[in-house]
Each structure stands twice: as C-alpha cells, then as structure tokens.
Design a protein. Structure first.
Length: 267
C-alpha cells in the first residue's frame, strides 16, 4: 500500500503564513472599526470639548487648504490639456469643460484630497498620539480619570469627518477654475460652451457622490491614524513605523473604499 504523500514543509509554511496574514488583516480592520465606533459613541457623553474640536478642525481643514487648493488647480489644468489632446482628434474641444468637471467631481477631487490629507494630517496625528503613548502621557491621563479616547481621539476623528467634504468642495471649485483658464485662454474654447457642458453633464447627484465619498474618506483616515498612534509601542522607532504604516494603509484604504462606494452607488 502506497504511503500518503507528505506536504512539503515550505508549502505548509507559505500557506500558514498567508492564512495568518489574511486573518490578521481582517482582525486589524475590525479593531479599527470598533475603535472608531467607540470614539463616535463618546460624543453622547459630556463634556463636549469645543476647544479641542475647533483646534482639530483648524489643523485638518485650514492647515490642509493650501496643499489641497494647489493640487486642485494644477489637476484641473493638466486634465484640461490632456482631454484637449483627445478631443481635438474629433474636433470636440467644446467638451473639455464637461469632461473635466465630471471627472473632478465624481472621482479626482475626493480621492486626491483624501490622499493629500492622509499624507499630511494622518501622519501628523499618528506621530502626535504615538509620542504621547510612548512617553506615557496617555497613561497619565488615565491615572487622572480623564478618558483619553474622549479627549484625544473624538475631536480628531470628528474634524477629519467634517473637513474632508469641505476640502473636496474647494478642490472641485479651483480645479474647474484652472481648467477654465487653460481651456479658454490657451485652447480657444468659448466661455459659454465651457460652462454649458458642465451644466449639462454634472448633476446634483454627482456632487452628492463626491461629498459622500469625502465623508467616508475622512472617517477612514482619522480612524487609521488615531488607532495606530494610540496603540504605538517601541519608543521613537515604533512611532516612526506606526506613522509610515498609517500613510500607506490609509492611502490604500481610501482607494478600496472609493471602489466600494462607486460600485454600490452606480451599480
């Protein structure tokens, strides 16, 4: 009787490692979701820390405004030039306004705004909270009977959630303005034709979709940044690793959530 074929040790270790990676990834997602729910749940409990919320909103919104606006205006300008190259083949440069506006509103504005905020705000939040964790400042707050989630996490998460839609709206506005100047000043598109195509192609539903995406992106960025910073370990090196992990993970998560929302909305 033939003996059963033994599974190669290398294959077994690869399968075990892949399974542990998948289960660990889902476990991490669940931990972040529960952490965010816990932070939002603290909103119902007093005191309502207006000062911390306003300072966090200023940091996320006002602090990110220059980089978002610069990114938006040049994105609109570049996209106008690129679409002009394609539409010129069909002698349809009058479609530049509508195509640029629809692309910005539906996809580019919320996604690029979220990526810019993830790089600036997500990394800063994670570093700040991680430093407080490794220097035992958070432990000191617990000793003084101060809820660190209510005091540190809830204002930051709320600020990200509220400011991302506003930043996205600004991105849309300056992106269309940048495309307008390129299309009318450099490419010879008529002003009225540029805006009429925007009116025909961009619906209120598209604007709502843009803001809904930004709202969810804000939750994703804030939750991941605060979770990684709040649970950082290993001194300064651990804080650096947590910050790097935050930027990478939040950027990828934004793209994944973008796909899911688009599929559910348009499917």
């Amino acid at each position: 009787m033939a003996s059963p074929v033994a599974t190669p040790p290398l294959l077994t270790s690869l399968v075990r490692g892949a399974w542990q990676g998948v289960t660990g990834w889902f476990g991490q997602i669940g931990a972040v979701i529960l952490f965010a729910l816990r932070a939002f749940w603290r909103l119902r409990a007093g005191p309502f820390r207006w000062r911390e919320i306003i300072l966090s909103m200023e940091f996320v919104g006002v602090g990110s405004l220059p980089i978002v606006l610069i990114t938006g205006v040049f994105t609109g300008m570049v996209f106008a030039i690129q679409t002009a190259v394609a539409f010129e083949i069909f002698n349809a440069k009058s479609l530049i306004g509508g195509s640029v506006a629809m692309s910005l509103v539906r996809e580019l504005a919320p996604s690029l705004t979220a990526l810019m905020v993830a790089g600036r705000v997500g990394s800063a939040m994670c570093t700040e909270l991680g430093t407080m964790r490794v220097t035992e400042q958070i432990d000191a707050m617990v000793t003084m009977a101060v809820d660190p989630v209510h005091y540190l996490i809830t204002p930051r998460l709320l600020a990200c959630t509220l400011m991302l839609p506003l930043l996205t709206a600004g991105f849309n506005a300056v992106g269309i303005v940048g495309a307008y100047f390129v299309a009318t000043g450099m490419l010879g598109v008529d002003d009225a034709m540029f805006f009429s195509r925007i009116y025909d192609w961009v619906d209120p539903v598209d604007i709502a979709m843009s803001l809904v995406k930004a709202f969810h992106f804000g939750i994703v960025i804030g939750a991941i940044a605060c979770f990684n910073g709040f649970n950082a370990t290993g001194g300064s090196r651990g804080v650096g690793l947590a910050t790097t992990h935050t930027v990478v993970t939040s950027s990828i998560s934004v793209l994944v959530v973008d796909y899911l929302i688009t599929t559910l909305w348009l499917g």
